[in-house]
Write a protein that binds this ligand. Structure first.
Ligand code: G6P
Length: 610
């Protein structure tokens, strides 16, 4: 969602603001803008659509200043238009914002009554106008920031500049993340550490309610009661997986192909360095024992939620622990009754998803042990959970999650195996056998990738469809849900996933010769039942794509289907193998339809508002 960059620089900042906005494109946005303090005072340039439009606008009409803020906007209140794009300026104040000011309507009418005017339909503009009104009432800039922040309900990460203070910038966070970057004679604000990575690796993660005042040489941080506070300066590791596409046409394809490596890297962190056995990382010492855990809850959103739905089968089947998965936006308001001695896992690529973070806080208040399964070690969810089980997928730039999903599966599988061993539902021998299968995941995923050409060819079956259904049983049911999500996200084809057994309870009414059905059905104990469902669809002339292994494809011979043969593998690791097929189907279909694969319309990578 909205990306923020701020620089108090010792050289002109426009080029760096623009370069950063390009790096933030992956978060999802529909307009962008930059403001700087130039010799004419506060000036800004804004445009709708891609950053290239803003770049063109800056080429025609450059901005030269040493202090500046930049923003990519993902519209919430008010359409994506130049007028609604950030930065917003009121009088001598310019601001950028990520989040939602929930009481904006009340503040707006109060300020209107006081004679202030508004130019936009956004919630954000009240921030600029309120600070401006406080300045006009005689407060100093710093006092005005402190006073204004106390009036806002909702979530915000803010970057604020005053025309009267060309070498100063203010930042504030509540709900939405914001980092301060400490450079060499320069200071930065960023919506995440990746934003400012090229400029500095020394960062301060502002805490809830914190705000800050930055000059080129100094920073001060204040808490929500305006008391000066010390916050830890952290050195963030530079990610070795660079955030560029290499020779791939899209980040998504690059990330799909990175999976053998990202899974291996993740599993390596879960392998004992001396004995070579699977185990939880040393620094993730659990202060509880899975043998005494009564229930496991897993809370997450989007693709991460489907990873937990797969893992739900593992925790129950392997470790015999009652397990429940939840969508974070529902969980957080449902006031769920949580069993004593339970453990809650929060699975998130970004570690910043607003609903997942709120659900984590709910569990902490309830006194439940919290475990974060996150890809960004320094994220809010990682920092607030009791224990972190990292996924080591590296930066994921494509909006549609791929390598983060399989890394999440890997961590959840190892955790379920660990729980099974602790509870005695798995013997040492069984654990060893499963560990051998886990060790094969990387090579099986690699083998799956080698079928890319065939996978691309089968996409002809679905690329012109208006609706596509995905069916599966057991762990392949949540995989079907994930396959459908991937397809709709990037190809804009309406796609739904169903449990194959539910076919007769509704979805079958939708089957025509124009609705392709993708069956995910390797030869496990449920294969025959899946094939019966496949026959039912075929009998109604639905075009079928069966994704199975060699035996499954052979045995389905005769049914009027297109088949896609995936590598044979142990059933435990089949979700990894079949994910690759579903990801590539979505990818190639989207490419055939000519959509913007890496930045699909309306979607954001990191959903930091509710
Ligand atoms: C957005 C992204 C999805 C992601 C979901 C949850 O919807 O587009 O790819 O799965 O958020 O994000 P998280 O960072 O918590 O995994």
């Amino acid at each position: 969602m909205c990306g923020i960059i701020g620089i108090v620089g010792m050289a002109p900042v426009t080029a760096r603001l623009l370069a950063t906005l390009k790096r933030l494109e992956y978060r999802g946005y529909d307009s962008a803008g930059i403001a700087s303090i130039t010799e004419n005072g506060l000036e800004r340039r804004r445009s709708v659509g891609k950053i290239a439009n803003l770049e063109a606008c800056l080429n025609d009409d450059p901005l030269v200043g040493f202090t500046g803020i930049g923003h990519t906007r993902w519209a919430t209140h008010g359409e994506a238009s130049e007028r609604n794009a950030h930065p917003h300026i009121s009088g001598k104040v310019a601001i950028v914002h990520n989040g939602i000011i929930e009481n904006y309507a009340a503040l707006k009418s109060e300020l209107r009554e006081a004679g202030f005017e508004f130019q936009t339909e956004t919630d954000t503009e009240v921030v600029a106008v309120l600070i401006d009104s406080l300045l006009q009432s005689g407060l100093e800039a710093k006092e005005a920031v402190g006073a204004a922040l106390k009036r806002f309900h909702g979530a915000y990460a803010l970057g604020i500049m005053f025309e009267s203070q060309p070498d100063v910038m203010y930042g504030a966070r509540k709900g939405s993340p914001l980092v301060v970057g400490i450079g060499n004679g320069e200071m930065f604000l960023g919506s995440d550490a990746l934003a400012i990575a090229p400029y500095t690796n020394k960062v301060i993660y502002l805490e809830e309610g914190d705000w800050c005042r930055l000059t080129r040489e100094s920073y001060e941080v204040f808490d929500s009661e305006d008391k000066p506070v010390m916050r830890k300066v952290q050195t963030v590791e530079t990610e070795e997986d660079s955030a560029d596409k290499g020779n791939y046409p899209h980040y998504m394809l690059k990330e799909i192909y990175e999976q053998p490596r990202s899974i291996a890297k993740t599993l390596q962190a879960y392998t004992h360095p001396v004995h070579g056995t699977l185990s939880l990382p040393k620094d993730a010492t659990l202060d509880f024992d899975f043998s005494t855990v009564s229930n496991v809850y897993m809370i997450s959103c989007g693709t991460a939620h489907y990873a937990t739905r797969v893992a739900e089968y593992w925790f129950e089947q392997i470790a015999g622990i009652p397990c429940k998965t939840d969508i974070a936006s529902e969980f957080r308001y449902r006031q769920p009754a949580l069993a004593k001695n339970s453990v809650a896992l929060f699975v998130s690529q970004s570690g910043e998803t607003a609903d997942t973070l709120a659900a984590l806080r709910y569990c902490k208040v309830q006194g439940i042990k919290t475990i974060a399964v996150v890809n960004v070690r320094t994220s809010s969810i990682a920092r607030e959970a009791d224990v972190v089980l990292p996924t080591l997928a590296g930066p994921e730039i494509g909006v549609a999650s791929t390598k983060a999903f399989t890394a999440q599966l890997a961590v959840l599988l190892v955790t379920a195996l660990h729980a099974g061993l602790s509870r005695g539902t798995l013997s040492e021998d069984e654990f060893e056998t499963h560990s051998k299968s886990v060790a094969e995941i990387g090579s099986k995923v690699d083998e799956s990738l080698s079928r890319d050409g065939v996978i691309r060819a089968v996409c002809e079956l679905i690329c012109d469809a208006d609706d596509v259904f995905y069916l599966g049983r057991g762990v392949h049911y949540p995989l079907a849900l994930e396959g459908a999500l991937k397809l709709k996200e990037i190809s804009y084809i309406h796609a739904e996933g169903f449990a194959s057994g539910e076919l007769k309870h509704g979805p079958i009414a939708l089957i025509t010769d124009k609705t392709p059905i993708v069956f995910v059905a390797p030869t496990d104990e449920l294969y025959e039942k899946s094939i019966s469902n496949l026959q039912e669809v075929a009998a109604r002339k639905g075009p079928v794509l069966l994704i199975s292994d060699r035996k499954g494809v052979e045995e389905a011979g005769g049914a009027p289907t297109t088949t896609l043969e995936m590598p044979d593998c142990d059933q435990l690791i089949a979700p990894f193998v079949y994910s690759v097929a579903l990801q590539l189907i979505a990818y190639h279909t989207a490419v055939m339809r000519g959509t913007d694969v890496d930045q699909p319309r309306n979607l954001a990578k990191s959903v930091t508002v509710e």
